[in-house]
Design a protein around this ligand. Structure first.
Ligand code: ATP
Length: 296
């Protein structure tokens, strides 16, 4: 979703918007998506978080009436669990995240957090409880410190350092001559894909929200950077209700559950080994990816 090509003028607008309103990463996400807004009900309540259990209940959705995108999708992520959604390109994985952020409402069924239907809640209160690590973390021409603080502009230095530790960025920061005051982004220091994604993890960590969404990068990082990202992410995921949108099955074999989407329908769900034993669609996807990585 964040990989859209955007004219620089629009990025400038986004940057100013964020600076001026001290908005967080979800606001950026919403701006980039530029979809018609779903508005709050006049009597919308604030989300009351308990165990942070997230559920998609028989969700049906289409962007336009002509083509169903999600069909009868049901799965839950209990508080503290890590669930991965996998499936071919176009299966509907990112659409699930858009519904979770309430850029759209389902046509049928519901999305709930701790039993509360998102349609009855204020969007602000829902988005406050969800942190996202996007596929490609957009860096602004500003210091590394400020780039991380976009996740929570009110965070103090202790929270900042904690987020840097969670994202395993300490050694990286220590190697920079100006440390956290180093300017990054287009006109500053260029970061590698893995470093950018770890800045995304630090942004999410500093937000300190109970629900975490990790949109895995499609383009592969070299294996050392990928391991660094995965290590940072798993230390964070342990304390969260986590939804991973996965492109490489090898990165989610430790998930509590894997939900397999095919043309907008959940065709299988379970643990990696059980799904392999079923010898169904997941097993086909797994074998195809194994063959591809052997060829590389
Ligand atoms: P990928 O792995 O390539 O990111 P995905 O599984 O995340 O794919 P989605 O991005 O959820 O798939 O898209 C599901 C389907 O919905 C695709 O056919 C896509 O073309 C369509 N789609 C996505 N966004 C929109 C939109 N804003 N308007 C119309 N159709 C859309």
């Amino acid at each position: 979703m964040l990989q859209l090509f955007m004219p620089l003028g629009f990025l400038g607008f986004v940057y100013r918007e964020i600076k001026s309103s001290l908005a967080n990463i979800e606001r950026l996400f919403a701006l980039l998506d530029r979809q018609p807004k779903v508005s709050d009900k006049s009597d919308a309540r604030d989300l009351e978080v308990n165990t942070s259990t997230l559920s998609f209940n028989a969700v049906g959705f289409s962007y336009d009436d002509s083509r169903p995108i999600l069909r009868d999708v049901s799965f839950s992520i209990m508080g503290g669990e890590k669930v991965a959604v996998v499936g071919a390109s176009g299966a509907g994985k990112s659409t699930l995240v858009k519904l979770l952020f309430r850029f759209y409402d389902p046509e049928s069924g519901s999305v709930t957090i701790d039993g509360q239907d998102l349609r009855d809640l204020s969007q602000r209160s829902v988005r406050r409880q969800i942190a996202i690590v996007p596929q490609d973390c957009v860096l602004f021409n500003d210091t590394l410190r400020e780039n991380i603080r976009y996740g929570n502009p009110e965070a103090d230095d202790d929270e900042l350092l904690k987020a840097i530790a969670t994202a395993h960025l300490e050694d990286f920061v220590a190697r920079l001559p100006k440390g956290l005051d180093t300017v990054v982004g287009e006109r500053g220091l260029k970061l590698s894909g893995g470093e950018r994604q770890r800045v995304g993890i630090a942004r999410a960590a500093i937000k300190d929200a109970p629900i975490l969404v990790f949109d895995e990068a499609t383009s592969s990082l070299d294996s050392r950077s990928e391991q660094a990202v995965l290590d940072a992410f798993s230390s964070m995921a342990q304390q969260h209700t986590t939804l991973v949108i996965a492109h490489r099955l090898s990165t989610v074999i430790d998930a509590d559950r894997i939900v397999v989407l095919h043309s907008g329908k959940v065709v299988e769900q379970g643990k990696h080994h059980d799904l392999l034993l079923e010898n169904g669609y997941y097993s086909q996807l797994w074998q195809a990816q194994q063959r591809r990585s052997e060829q590389d």
